[in-house]
Design a binder for this molecule. Sequence first.
Ligand code: HEC
Length: 120
Amino acid sequence: MSLFEIGNKILTVFTMTSILIFHLKAESKKIDPETNLVMDKGFYAVVENCLTCHPSNLITEKHRSKEDWLKVIKWMQTDFGLWELDKDTKKSILDYLGKNYSKVKKKEGLVPNLNLNNIK
Ligand code: HEC
């Protein structure tokens, strides 16, 4: 095998791998058409526990840090009747929201005078 052929083979493998990685990445950001949420690890925990009362746009239209998402969960529990979540479920939801809907820029809450910092 000539050096040129070896080079060509390496290039082919490299190209195929790049295409594969590109597709896997595109795949991981798939949006579920029904809920409009990113399909990722923790998706079902969010669907089951968060979309019972309201549509996902309340969740998707604002980006928060993971700490603020935890405050939102607590707030849903203290004020809106979200049930207790077991440790694993809460972690799945937080990881999911932190990964896919984490803070980009700060915006006002939908509820006037809501200050997430006051929620313990
Ligand atoms: C038992 C009902 C219920 C459940 C379950 C629930 N919520 Fe809510 N949620 C509400 C209500 C009621 C509102 C207030 C809607 C409004 O602002 O008019 C709300 C509002 C919100 C908002 C908008 C707050 C703002 O001002 O930005 C977010 C974000 C949110 N919920 C996230 C969640 C998440 C995440 C979960 C799952 C862990 C969840 N909710 C589960 C009832 C619920």
